[in-house]
Design a protein around this ligand. Sequence first.
Ligand code: ADP
Ligand code: TRP
Length: 317
Amino acid sequence: MRVLTGLQPSGDLHIGNYFGAIKAMVDAQNTQDMFIFIANYHAMTSNPPNLRQNSLKAAAAFLSLGVKPDICTFWLQSDVKEVLELYWILSQITPMGLLERAHSYKDKLAKGLNATHGLFSYPVLMAADILLYSSELVPVGKDQVQHLEIARDLAVKFNEKFGDTFILPQAQINEEVAVVPGIDGEKMSKSYKNTIDIFASAKDLKKQISAIITDSSPLQAPKEWHSCNVYKISRLFLDESGQNNLQARYERGGEGHGHFKAYLNELILDYFSTARSEYERLLAKPGEIKEILEFGATKARKIAREKMQELYAKIGL
Ligand code: ADP
Ligand code: TRP
């Protein structure tokens, strides 16, 4: 099954992103034909600073967390220009009303982004990403479901007008079975500024962990683990017996939240130790990252060009 994921190069990845999305994506490489790209054209719609550097950082992050460029196709969106050509072609069959109804566009305006054509036509470019590579399944968060529906609508319209051309993609809705809590107990999210970042420096990581909100029970007292934010994050890194041991430490008393935070710090450093050193290594060698991305773009481009040849004949280009 061909599964396609587009990842915006936006900000530092946190452990909520990892356990909520990245881990499943990395695991899926073993069983699915995974297409994974860094959506730098889409990122332009929010006018971010340092786009080039952030795209390289995002690529380094995904590679070090286990994206394997040999078994999947991993590239930078802007390295395969055919997607822009398909975007223009799809634009010809995109009703204004379809885009006017898009929630994400309205939400972004409400957040203060300028009403540009790029922002408005964002879903058409996303449809081009999906349809160009004949994607069958697209894992998305709930906020992206409407974009998937738009991609399907456009595929149907095109197929009706020009004959069977595009596969209709299915959304695989990421229900967030396990919402990872942030340092304040709310859902961990960049926008709430309550994250623990996978690639933070050791010093910043310690700072983020020490800011986790806990109750004020005295050191000697037995403690509640069910409701403890430190516990809820620690358990992600532990198997069942590790979780039982930690619960027993809470119930026994004699240790304060500082001890449990120090333990969480160790767990995180341990779990991500290979990823963290690989990330630093790659960032010091941007040439290597670019080579990997170019290798992926070559694979993606071949498929993109074949699809475009089929389209040229149908639409008379
Ligand atoms: P953020 O909320 O930090 O902006 P994104 O919206 O960029 O995160 O999310 C990227 C991916 O990570 C999505 O698939 C989302 O479902 C997942 N994700 C983000 N935060 C969490 C969380 N706290 N728990 C579980 N999954 C999460
Ligand atoms: N819009 C997606 C997001 O913000 C990123 C994206 C761009 C994407 N193109 C895609 C996701 C194609 C899946 C398929 O998360």
